[in-house]
Every structure is written in structure tokens, then in C-alpha cells.
Design a protein around this ligand. Sequence first.
Ligand code: 5GP
Ligand code: ZN
Length: 112
Amino acid sequence: MSDCLFCKIAAGEIPSAKVYEDEVCLAFRDIDPQAPTHFLVIPKAHIGSVAEITPENAPAIAHIFQVIARTARELGLDSYRVVSNIGAQAGQSVPHLHFHVLGGRDMTWPPG
Ligand code: 5GP
Ligand code: ZN
């Protein structure tokens, strides 16, 4: 999508602090970190949110979760939280699917 912020980051048109990249996905540090380690993992192909996961794009999602596990391990995290906000009420501000990976501090439950 031409006017999508994370499509532009995926294409390298907007710079990001990358922590992992392959042909399917990109992991990069959140610009406004909410934990000592806070990175986002996005599919390079535009998907609006978890609500748009289908049998066709599900292999990319499975791949992303393997990337999350490996990247978190490589960054030294052995306890962390994976979050994806879906829709405005849940706090989604960028309408391109992304998984937040947060770690390095104590977490509370339930989330706000
Ligand atoms: P959401 O609010 O949709 O769940 O998460 C969007 C996240 O993207 C926020 O945590 C926000 O800080 C991050 N973000 C927004 N714009 C940029 C940007 O230009 N670069 C990076 N690295 N992160 C961004
Ligand atoms: Zn997009």
C-alpha cells in the first residue's frame, strides 16, 4: 500500500533500526520503546491486522513467529511479551500487521 508507513519501512523508503530481515518479514526497534527491549515484526506484504490473517497468508505468520522466537533469543530475552493490537479501541495506531516484542522488565497483567 503506497501510503502505509510500515510498507514504506519494509521497502526501505523510511529508515528503521533493523534487528532481522528476510524476504518475508522485517524486525526493527520501536521508535518509542515501552520496555528495555521493544521491537516490531512485520510482514513485508501488506496485511491490515491479525483480523486479516487467512489460509493464504498464514504461512508468513507462522514464519514470523519463528523469527520472533529466534530474534528474542538472540537479543538475550528469555522472558518477553508478544502483543498485537487490532483496531482503534485496542490501541492499533498503524494499520499494517505488527507484533510487538517487549522484554527486559517486569510485566503486569491484565494489560491496560
Ligand atoms: P500500535 O500502536 O499500532 O500497536 O503500534 C505501532 C507502533 O509503531 C508504536 O509502538 C509506535 O511507537 C511505532 N512506530 C510508529 N511510527 C514508527 C516509525 O516511524 N518507526 C518505528 N521504528 N516505529 C514506529
Ligand atoms: Zn502496509
